[in-house]
Design a protein around this ligand. Sequence first.
Ligand code: ADP
Ligand code: ZN
Ligand code: ZN
Length: 736
Amino acid sequence: MISLPRIVRVAVPSPLYRHFDYLVPQSGPMPCAGARVRVPFGKRTLVGIVLKTADQSDVPLARLKQILEVLDPEPLLDATLLRLLLWAAAYYHHPVGEVIQSALPLGLRRGKPATVGQVDSWIANDRGRMLLASTSGRDTAEKRLLRFLADAPEAVDQSALALISKRWRAIVRSLVANGLVDVVSRKCLAQPPVEVVPPPSASTAQHQAITAIAAGGAAFHCYLLHGVTGSGKTEVYLQAIDRVIKEGAQALVLVPEIGLTPQFVDRFRRRFPVAVAVIHSALSESERQCAWLSAREGSAPIVLGTRSAVFVPLKALGLIVVDEEHDNSFKQQEGFRYSARDVAIVRAKREHVPIVLGSATPSLESLRNALDGRYQLLPLPERAGSAGLPSVRLLDLRQLARNNGLTPPLVDALRNRLERKEQSLLFINRRGFAPVLMCHDCGWIAACGRCDSRLTLHKSAERLRCHHCGSEAAIPATCPACHAQRLHGLGEGTERIESALTRLFPDARIERIDRDSTRRKGVLEEKLARVRSGDADIMVGTQMLAKGHDFPNLTLVGVVNADQGLYGCDFRSSEQLFQRLMQVAGRAGRADKSGEVIIQTFHPEHPLFSALRAHDYQGFANYALQERREAQFPPYTHLVLLRAESPERSSALRFLLQARDLAAALRPEESQVSILDPAPSPMERRAGRFRAQLLIQGRQRDALQHFLDQWLPQIAEMPQARKTRWSLDVDPMDLY
Ligand code: ADP
Ligand code: ZN
Ligand code: ZN
């Protein structure tokens, strides 16, 4: 009997925009779509995913190679998820093999068996506790870790320990060897504590939102939960999740940052008697694989994760929640440049489940969709419990004296909080001491040798640092241009504010929280713990402090300089500034004491501030949407950015000019696609390379996609394409 050839179409991890056909030996098992296979690829052996089985190929059979091994007897990725990944590869115009890879934990990518293993966790034993009780003296990393394990109500896994110390692995090993700590092997999932706490009674607005989501049932609906900071959005998520897990389905919850996961895990565990799978980049490979597989087999009713969790397989998806949906972190900014929020919406639609997008400051894209009736708007206009929104006061920097960036009214307000034993937060979006080092005699400015940017003065580290490429230099003693000794730091960073405060309030306990001061693992958690327990009076920090945190005794928020971004060059600058200010303002007065926000600015008359004072996000958004409509920017059009960079100034631009000529030949105007002129990027030189970009604007998503489908293969064929580093960004978040 003659049998038909057995052929599989395989996505292999390669930067090529295509899949590859392989023969399956007649004697062996036939892999199914979604299963992993080991295949020869050039001189290497790779693990790929079967997209499809077939009995013919466009390639002559004699030239097809055979697969080496079938790794999964059943699909690792189900058909729905596989289709979602193929859609994402097509929409973001990224090689399908790389897209599918990004959905798999590392071990599975490398061909490890897809089995849920046990993971280790640790707990202090009686000897460990006795030792703690009997020793005194200096706190070492060992002691801190032991105390952490002794205080924990149950065994602690490595995702938590990794946050305590960078050296946790070595320390734990020696604690175990010394008989102070026991190892417990268990499943990777976070289990609920013994006693689960019932929900509070919902406010009227919360109740309305919960009822609306329940009324939508199990079908696809996109809800935009627009709740002011502290309005109890999480409570709405919890009630929606409650229904879903009672029906035996799973809830997928996406958060923008790893730092927000413990808070959520804690709230889930205290509410629901079910296991929670957590998926983010700080996990070990075994933990990640365990969580991933538990989501896939349905043993985790709640799956919580950051961006990449949107691609986790789920046995019975019933609901998706995207918290802080406006946050930029949902967009991957390199490689496979997808938006997890947008993919989540597509996924919910394809799997016919509801999705809740939550934010105090929704993106203009989502707001417009709500205004047009595509999403259902669920407002929570007031704070939960007895808290009110903080008052907002503007200080005009043109009329006030400044001491290291701080005006007298702001200093008075800080003093007042110190006297009342309440906490304050000063927000400044620049780390370091001063953003510029300048010579007072000749005007020389310390610049980065590899970027079009200035070096930031870091006083405590005694270095000049570039915040764009990371290069460093020593602080010169005299001016390199005129040899004068009058070099001064201009402007303010977190370090300068911290030292000014130390001089103004020598007795105050000040915590600086930025990327420099929290580089060591565990320090951020320690600092936040001190703030929460009342062992800190004033916090000075960057964006890190603005998001999500709940500090009940914090009553004053000061914004040292709100003007960065006010007249920024990106069309999203003012949206992002407003969101950031509203988020940071939202930290003040969340409990029973009322809060105040003080904003220092050179432009108090700017309309953005009047909206901020009135907590009128909708008012600001209406104004911003109007502007976007007039300028024909998103959400009224769709953008794609072709970026290029090269070591010589001209060749990136030349590449883009050629690409534009190819585009013009495709007559894009017929599908209402416009191609702008290539231009150097706003910061042209970065890390020694010259960067340029080409913006494409389309009225209709489909027409724009169709255009890209034709254009991209042509670009890839250009001889110049091999010599230039280039990438395509669909729906870019910034135009840099
Ligand atoms: P958001 O996510 O909207 O900023 P949270 O969900 O963190 O707000 O809620 C803010 C605070 O209000 C939390 O401490 C929460 O426990 C509390 N809270 C939420 N809903 C209620 C309610 N219905 N009654 C009393 N307190 C509530
Ligand atoms: Zn000089
Ligand atoms: Zn640089």
